[in-house]
Design a protein around this ligand. Sequence first.
Ligand SMILES: C[S@@+](CC[C@H](N)C(=O)[O-])C[C@H]1O[C@@H](n2cnc3c(N)ncnc32)[C@H](O)[C@@H]1O
Length: 231
Amino acid sequence: MKFSRRLQKLLKYSLEKCPLTFPLMESKRLSKAERRISNWENAGRKGRPPEPVKHRNLLEIARKNGLKLLIETGTYHADTLYALRNEFEELHSVELSDDYYSLSRFRLSGYPHIHLHHGDSAIVLPRIVEALQRPALFWLDAHYGIYRDHGAAEGVTYAPVLQELGHIFSKGGAVRHCVAIDDAHYFGSDKNYPTIDEVEKFFTDKNISVMIRNDKELDCLSIIPQSAATP
Ligand SMILES: C[S@@+](CC[C@H](N)C(=O)[O-])C[C@H]1O[C@@H](n2cnc3c(N)ncnc32)[C@H](O)[C@@H]1O
């Protein structure tokens, strides 16, 4: 990451952390989020959904399924963690890039219920899943995509979706985790992503009953245990 960009982020996060400037930063963040949501809605929900729309979708899935634990792969600038920090009792996120991990640690250091993990999600996730005591909402977003061009996730040449699902459902369907996967349009169109049929086969082979929904407007593939409430 460029030095100037890093400085910009450090300044923004310092203002967020300072009790004097926090109220202004927070109201700016919230009004920007509302503006982005209504612009997208008013434009007929065309084009890629802005981040706050994705946050709203995650919150809806969590609420409908009674989930208070969020686990994210791909932290990036920790915007999802920050936006949803007061909505979950515990949040975890895994980031491979040194830069994004260290900046996110700085941003979230005042929130003891948020746990950042440094490494490849396909490797780190089993440790997190193993320690879970209750069902979680998983937000799978560890994609290389354009982020590699900014120096993120160096050395990783794939989107570890099937590996991640393998870890999440290592105990079969006994633990009723829900999963939302960003950038659903890559499924079947990018050679590094599985197809939706392959995702379905993953669950059929394991005899796990889930509802898989490809929401094109939200560009999100959601996987909900069959008898849980539907999003
Ligand atoms: C789309 S961004 C994540 C955005 C973030 N989840 C959010 O909602 O604001 C993708 C991030 O995944 C990270 N990444 C890519 N491959 C990864 C991997 N195998 N393990 C962990 N992080 C990875 C990239 O460095 C980048 O920061």
